[in-house]
Design a protein around this ligand. Structure first.
Ligand code: DX5
Ligand code: ZN
Length: 223
């Protein structure tokens, strides 16, 4: 199970240190929540901040950009240029999904398709042979610290079946990433559903304990 820390609930005034702390705790993915105040009702950061983070953290961490933005097909290249290795776009915010994910891969990044809780898996299935990851939102995007929506189970299980069938036919393995409300108490259940990559925000970055201590509790839950 890959744990991708979401820095959204970290101290954003001290973003570089929050990311370094996560990397030092052994997490080599960083989930970067990019919001445009349009597709979602919140604003975070964009390519200039990500480029500075890349400079501060070096080449090693995998920068996983979750683009909660309109027209990602026009701007994804800026995120790759800033140092992102993986780009996930929202089905609901991209007009030409197939063109967008193939262009992301042609530009040298891995590509992900994101589904809001109210969005069916159909569009992701249409491009399943072209992508590296499906990001299933288990909260409505925009804010950290929300509660996990349990009805995503059926969606994840259907997706897992489709991916297993693709792999059995010699096709590409596709990761399932889940984002929103993932904590120590539900992460083992997600693994059982077929999830291989979990975004954890407030479960890691909170006032209760250090990232390393929170991560130890998550690892214990997965043992
Ligand atoms: C929501 C974001 C998340 C989320 C994760 O729009 O995509 O990555 O903030 O945070 P928690 O784990 O607190 O739900
Ligand atoms: Zn996210």
């Amino acid at each position: 199970m890959i744990i991708a820390p979401s820095v959204l609930t970290a101290d954003l005034a001290d973003l570089g240190n929050a990311c370094s702390e996560a990397v030092e705790a052994g997490l080599d993915w960083l989930h970067l929540d990019v919001m445009d105040g349009n597709f979602v009702p919140n604003l975070t950061f964009g390519p200039p901040v990500i480029a500075k983070l890349r400079k501060a953290l070096g080449d090693a961490p995998i920068f996983d950009a979750h683009l909660m933005i309109e027209n990602a097909e026009e701007s994804f290249q800026q995120y790759i240029d800033a140092g992102c290795n993986h780009i996930s776009v929202h089905v609901e915010a991209v007009k030409h999904l197939h063109r967008c994910v193939t262009a992301i891969r042609a530009a040298g990044a891995s590509a992900g398709v994101t589904l809001n809780p109210g969005t069916s898996i159909d569009a992701a299935l249409e491009v399943l042979s072209e992508i590296d990851m499906v990001l299933v939102m288990s909260v409505n995007p925009g804010f950290g610290g929300q509660s996990f929506i349990p009805t995503v189970e059926a969606k994840i299980r259907r997706l897992k079946e489709a991916i297993d069938a693709q792999v059995a036919a010699g096709g590409r393995p596709v990761k399932i990433q889940v984002d929103g409300g993932v904590k120590a108490h539900n992460i083992a259940m997600l693994r059982e559903w077929g999830v291989s990559n979990c975004v954890v925000g407030s479960g890691l970055f909170n006032d209760k304990a250090s990232i390393a201590d929170n991560l130890a509790v998550i690892h214990q839950a997965l043992e």
